[in-house]
Each structure stands twice: as structure tokens, then as C-alpha cells.
Write a protein that binds this ligand. Structure first.
Ligand SMILES: Nc1ncnc2c1ncn2[C@@H]1O[C@H](COP(=O)(O)OP(=O)(O)OP(=O)(O)O)[C@@H](O)[C@H]1O
Ligand SMILES: [Mg+2]
Length: 471
């Protein structure tokens, strides 16, 4: 009505100015004030938007009349969202507020640095002016806490990966995510119980240690290095950690990252309460020389700090990622590196304070075997006594993965499982005993042999040796 009135009264050049004035007047006399919480601030995603969305989805499921329901692929939880431009009333400490979900089409600019989403989304919060102090202080904090709580309790945790190789999705995220549903827990993890409870206590200490980290001036993060042969449960351990603390996992594929600055950007886009994982760190990139640029020319040396202009990723870039100023954007982060060969790693990665805990995932030990037997076959401690497992298990050097293979195969017949496992262990123990014996003897006998044997015989021995090693 006012608009058409304006059109008739004012000449075109004054219309815009008078419209603005009218709007101001209306705002001035209105008893409400409005807060827009947009999905992005132009560059970064707005955490508050996500928090409001989650918070409203919990109360929306009961009180709103029209909702948008979504379920992402593989997820087991439904998300309720306010439909486009729909409203919802909420009350906080006796004050009533109104939320509206505003979605508008974006007029795409002719030129943009990166793809922008087609729609602009925002929540608008309307409340009475005299309740303003409530919102600015406690209501928004309340929503953020509540959302974090909800996320942890009923939403699937997420497994993120940077497999897209540096390109961003339509919302500007470098990470892709799927719901994380790995069933591994500390209960199912077969390892020395004492070491296991040490790790669990360490994790709990970390998660509850905000005040401690604050007091000591340390960034609230922790690093674990898991090392050991393949199939000893390094990946299972990471899943167990995530399930234990209810953290999200960021699985960082280093080979997909081209520059140090890309690495930094990836880090900036991780959320708190998360585990950042780099698997097989010795294989991802050649991390032997701290100063050398990988893939770049050999004469090219990095000054030591993270070099932005470089087209390659360096060890110092990686160290800055875990350790430098950037590592504490956000908080409550756990870094986990895994490797099969700890000897191949640069000492810079191993020095104290960098990776707080080095965890050796060893071949299956007797206490670990007991856990596997209990989980796979429901055999109690007493059932294993007198079977003689203790005598061979350490010698056999079988991984928990190998052992669980045997147990799965025979899970319907417990006694056969025990017998078959015993056989397998004995064979392996014999072999590894033989191997050790040979290695021990090789040095003493080598010269003697050389003197006695013909060149052909010597060659044959080498082939046999090689086969033995491979088996
Ligand atoms: N300690 C363990 N406790 C229980 N199960 C285990 C353990 N170690 C291995 N397994 C079983 O073996 C499989 C392989 O283990 P996992 O992927 O965790 O090994 P890994 O150490 O990460 O190996 P890689 O070095 O090859 O990545 C798992 O699916 C799991 O079922
Ligand atoms: Mg693994």
C-alpha cells in the first residue's frame, strides 16, 4: 500500500530515498528487532547457522506444521528443517521469539572467484526489543551448546575426506563427508588391556582437559602415532577412538594436496571435536628431508616456514599443520598418523611434543588373543587354559587380522576353531623360529659356505632364502 502511495506521490528520482526513510521509520516505531543468521559470511560457513538449524530441527519436529525432511545417503537419522520461509515460535526464559527460514535466489554475479550456492539461506530471529539483552547473551550460547549436544547424541558422526583434490563443492567446502559407521570399539579391539586402558584414560583426560590446556598455555590438541605391521589394528584403533569420544574423523589424503597453503585451508575447514588422520604417512609423500621440496626441483630449498608460494607440499608444511599457529584454529583436535615403518620417518616428526604418544600395535599377544576369542567365539578365559597358546603366540608373530580370519572361518565350530588356530600358530612359530635361526647363523656360516659351495649352489641358496622371506 505504501509503495503504491509512494509511486503516485513522489517523482521517480525521490522514490528510493523515501522508501528507505519509510523503512527506517517503521523500524524505529516497531517493537521488534531482527537478527539475520546467514549460512555463510561470504567466505566461511557460519557455525551459528548450523547450530540454529540443528536446534530448531529438534524442537521443530514437535511444533511446526510444515517441515522439510532430509536423510543423507547411508545415514540413519532424519533431519527436520523449517520449510522455506516458514516460521516457528520458541520461548526462552519466558520470552517468546520467532524464527523464520528465509531462502532467496542469488543473483549470480558476472564474475566470481569461486562457485557460489544458487540460494542464499538465512534464519531470521525476531524478538521484542525489550528482550534484546537475553538474546545477545544467553540464548545464542544456549543454542550452540544444545546443538553440539544434539549433534553428538543423535546424529551420525561423519567421516570426511579430501579426495576431490583441492576443488571445492558448491558450498565452498574442500571436504566430502559420509556418515561414519565403523563398529570398532575399544571393547572389540584386541590388544594388551593395560596399554588399552592407558590409551583410553589419555583420551578421556584430553577430552575433559579444557581447563588444563588453558592453564598451561597449550593448544588443546593431541597427537598419536600408531605404528606396527599391517593388520595389527591401526585403522581399527582410530575408529575405536572416534567411537569412544564421539568425534568426527577427517581422513586426510596427502597425495591429493598440492601445496602447503591448500593443506592449511583444509585444516581451517575442520571442526572441533575431531580426529584428523593421515594414514601410512611414510608412503603418502617422501618425508625424509625436512628442507627438500617434494616433486619440485632438487635445488629448490624451503626456508623452513610454511611456504605459500610453493607448488609442492613439504615436511615443514606438514609440521606447521600439526604444530604451528594454524593447528590451533578451532580446538579439541586429535591428530593421528599411522605408519608401518617407524624407522622411515623423519626425526622431526618423532621428537617429543610433536606426537604426544607413540603407540606400538604389535603382533597378537596372549591377552589380545583372549579378547579375540571372547568376541569371536564367546570363549572365556578359563576355556583357553591348558591349550598351550601362551607358549606359541609370541613366537608365531601372527597379526590379529590373521587370527580373526581363522576364527571367522570356524565361528560355528568352536573346538575346530581352537584346533585350527593352534595349527596355524605352530606353523608360523616354526617358520619364524627357523627364520631367526637362519638369520643368526648366516653371519657365522657365510664365509664357510662360500668356501665350500660351488657358485650354482650358492645361487640356489639365495633363491631359497628369498622364498623363505616372502612366505
Ligand atoms: N587389534 C585388533 N583387534 C581386533 N581386530 C583387529 C585388530 N587388528 C586387526 N583386526 C582386524 O583385522 C582387520 C584389519 O585391521 P586394520 O585395518 O585395523 O589394520 P591396520 O593396522 O590398519 O593395517 P594397515 O597397516 O594395512 O592399514 C580389521 O578389520 C579387524 O577386524
Ligand atoms: Mg590401516
Amino acid at each position: 500500500f505504501s509503495q503504491s502511495l509512494l509511486h503516485t506521490i513522489f517523482p521517480p528520482e525521490l522514490r528510493f530515498a523515501s522508501l528507505k526513510l519509510l523503512h527506517r521509520l517503521l523500524t524505529y516505531f516497531s517493537s521488534y528487532c531482527y537478527y539475520d543468521i546467514t549460512e555463510t559470511d561470504g567466505v566461511n560457513t557460519n557455525e551459528l547457522y548450523n547450530a540454529v538449524q540443528l536446534y530448531l530441527s529438534s524442537s521443530a519436529s514437535v511444533s511446526a506444521s510444515r517441515l522439510t525432511l532430509t536423510r543423507s545417503p547411508n545415514s540413519s537419522s532424519t533431519t527436520y528443517n523449517l520449510s522455506t520461509n516458514d516460521r516457528l515460535l520458541d520461548s526462552f526464559h519466558g520470552a517468546t521469539v520467532e524464527w523464520e527460514h528465509v531462502v532467496t535466489q542469488r543473483h549470480s554475479p558476472n564474475f566470481s572467484w569461486r562457485p557460489l550456492p544458487e540460494e542464499k539461506r538465512a534464519f531470521t530471529l525476531r524478538l521484542r526489543k525489550n528482550n534484546k539483552h537475553l538474546v545477545l547473551n544467553s540464548y545464542l550460547d544456549f543454542i550452540t551448546d544444545r546443538a553440539a549436544d544434539l549433534r553428538r547424541r543423535n546424529q551420525d558422526r561423519l567421516l570426511y575426506t579430501n579426495s576431490r583434490g583441492g576443488s571445492l563443492d558448491s558450498r565452498g567446502h574442500p571436504w566430502e563427508s559420509v556418515p561414519f559407521k565403523h563398529p570398532s570399539t575399544f571393547h572389540t579391539l584386541a590388544m594388551d588391556p593395560v596399554k588399552k586402558s592407558e590409551i583410553m584414560a589419555d583420551l578421556l583426560d584430553f577430552a575433559n582437559g579444557e581447563a588444563f590446556y588453558q592453564k598451561t598455555g597449550r593448544a588443546w590438541k593431541r597427537g598419536y602415532l600408531l605404528y606396527g605391521p599391517p593388520g595389527t589394528g591401526k585403522s581399527s584403533m582410530i575408529a575405536a577412538m572416534a567411537n569412544f569420544l564421539s568425534y568426527d574423523i577427517y581422513d586426510l589424503e596427502l597425495t591429493e594436496v598440492n601445496t602447503n597453503s591448500e593443506l592449511r585451508k583444509l585444516l581451517m575447514k575442520t571442526s572441533s571435536k575431531s580426529i584428523i588422520v593421515i594414514e601410512d604417512i611414510d608412503c603418502s609423500i617422501n618425508l625424509t628431508n625436512r628442507n627438500k621440496k617434494f616433486g619440485g626441483s632438487k635445488n629448490n630449498y624451503d626456508a623452513g616456514g610454511g611456504d605459500d608460494g610453493a607448488n609442492t607440499i613439504t615436511l615443514s608444511g606438514l609440521l606447521n599443520f600439526t604444530d604451528g599457529l594454524w593447528s590451533c584454529c578451532g580446538s579439541e583436535r586429535i591428530f593421528v598418523f599411522t605408519t608401518n615403518h617407524i624407522g622411515k620417518l623423519d626425526p622431526a616428526l618423532l621428537r617429543s611434543g610433536r606426537m604426544d604418544m607413540h603407540i606400538h600395535m604389535s603382533y597378537c599377544t596372549f591377552p589380545a588373543l583372549r579378547i579375540l576369542m571372547k568376541n569371536y567365539l564367546d570363549l572365556e578365559e578359563g576355556d583357553l587354559e591348558g591349550e598351550g597358546f601362551e607358549a606359541v603366540i609370541d613366537e608365531a608373530e601372527m597379526t590379529p587380522a590373521d587370527i580373526s580370519e581363522v576364527l571367522i572361518r570356524n565361528r560355528r565350530n568352536k573346538s575346530r576353531a581352537v584346533v585350527e588356530l593352534m595349527e596355524a600358530l605352530k606353523i608360523r612359530a616354526e617358520k619364524s623360529g627357523l627364520k631367526k635361526l637362519r638369520i643368526g647363523n648366516v653371519e657365522d656360516e657365510e664365509q664357510e659356505k662360500r668356501a665350500l659351495e660351488s657358485p650354482q649352489q650358492l645361487q640356489q641358496n639365495c633363491v631359497d632364502d628369498d622364498k623363505m622371506h616372502r612366505t
